[in-house]
Design a protein around this ligand. Structure first.
Ligand code: DAS
Length: 355
């Protein structure tokens, strides 16, 4: 009799525990983590290796298992989309990832999405998603500058912050976000500015805010079109037109531009000096590129500032497009996306002003 009643009490307690766990899980947002590789999944030989390591080694389920605090923020599920260092990602990888993000964002049981990613091209992926994924749910791209095995690894807190932001209602409608080093950055504006510090990502227009101990502190909002306001939709994009970049520098020869222009590209981004300046011997080369039907986009190699139309070069006369404040690598992303819709230079320039 006594044992039976004890058993009944134990069973009752277990049922209560299970019910409260279910209630807690139902109360928490659902966040998907899509893993692509990079240093955040990196591993070094010893804890002292903060710079010498192999990227893209640790699988997503281990990243999640190594961070039990995540379960207090959200119901987290992981998916390994790729396992590569981000410098090796391709246009096809970008399309695959963005289509997966778009499909998940449509699911009612997904409240936010985190993408773990290498830092080298994180800014390009974040901008591409910002332009093409039609959702107002939070999409947060996150990386790390030190491998998970290093002393003072930055990946775990970056990932915790990313899930915290992706689970937040106040992060909705702000475009694709990047959480690095406690900051919440705009996927459009942010770039990797330092290649050896944990405070690596900067935007010349400043961070959107900070995330501290699971709370978001917002100080500005994006003004350029993104996600739900975008005219582009990844569900309608199956290929990206080839667009390449040629840099400007003292003593530059036309060799690279001529070779790229003859390779079948649809646009050439010129990363010029200063305010997008073009060497006098290169101007006729770019005029011929344009004359042969390739779009010319004038960007600048200078980290901050923006290119002013018809200032350094008569863009109206040459029928060139200016990249506004977009650095060459981001101008290339926008040019590829824009060219899926139009090759009219007036329309392209509008797109560069608006996105
Ligand atoms: N190779 C770098 C990359 O995968 C490592 C990193 O910083 O994430 O982008």
């Amino acid at each position: 009799m006594y044992i039976a009643s004890r058993f009944r009490n134990l069973a009752g307690a277990a049922a209560l525990l299970a019910a409260s766990a279910i209630a807690q899980a139902q109360a928490l947002p659902n966040v998907m983590i899509l893993a692509t590789g990079g240093t955040i999944a990196g591993a070094g030989a010893s804890a002292a290796n903060s710079a010498t390591y192999s990227a893209a080694k640790v699988p997503v389920d281990k990243l999640i298992a190594g961070l039990p605090e995540l379960s207090k923020l959200a119901n987290v599920r992981g998916e390994q989309v790729f396992q590569v260092a981000s410098e090796s990602l391709t246009n096809d990888n970008l399309l695959t990832l963005a289509k997966r993000v778009s499909a998940l964002a449509k699911q009612s049981d997904v409240d936010g999405i985190v993408i773990t990613h290498g830092t080298d091209t994180l800014e390009e992926t974040a901008y591409f998603l910002n332009l093409t994924v039609r959702t107002d749910k939070p999409i947060v791209v996150v990386g790390s500058m030190r491998p998970s095995t290093a002393l003072s690894a930055d990946g775990p807190l970056n990932l915790l912050n990313a899930v915290s932001v992706a689970a937040s209602k106040d992060a909705r409608g702000k475009g694709v976000l990047v959480t690095m080093n406690d900051e919440i950055q705009s996927g459009r504006d942010v770039s990797k500015a330092v290649n050896i510090k944990t405070e690596a990502f900067k935007s010349q227009w400043g961070a959107l805010g900070m995330v501290v101990e699971g709370r978001n502190y917002w100080f500005r909002a994006p003004v350029k079109r993104h996600t739900m306001q975008s005219e582009f939709d990844i569900d309608r994009i199956d290929t990206l037109p080839p667009v390449e970049i040629a840099m400007g520098y003292e003593g530059v020869a036309p060799t690279a531009i001529t070779a790229l222009a003859g390779s079948g590209i649809k646009a050439l981004v010129h990363g010029g000096t200063g305010n997008g300046s073009v060497a006098d011997r290169i101007v006729p080369v770019l005029q011929k590129v344009r004359g042969d039907g390739v779009i010319v986009v004038r960007s600048s190699r200078v980290p901050d500032g923006f290119v002013i139309r018809n200032a350094e070069q008569p863009d109206d006369k040459y029928d060139w497009v200016v990249a506004h404040d977009l650095k060459p690598q981001k101008a290339r992303i926008l040019a590829m996306v824009a060219l899926t819709k139009t090759s009219d230079t007036k329309e392209l320039q509008r797109i560069f002003w608006e996105y």
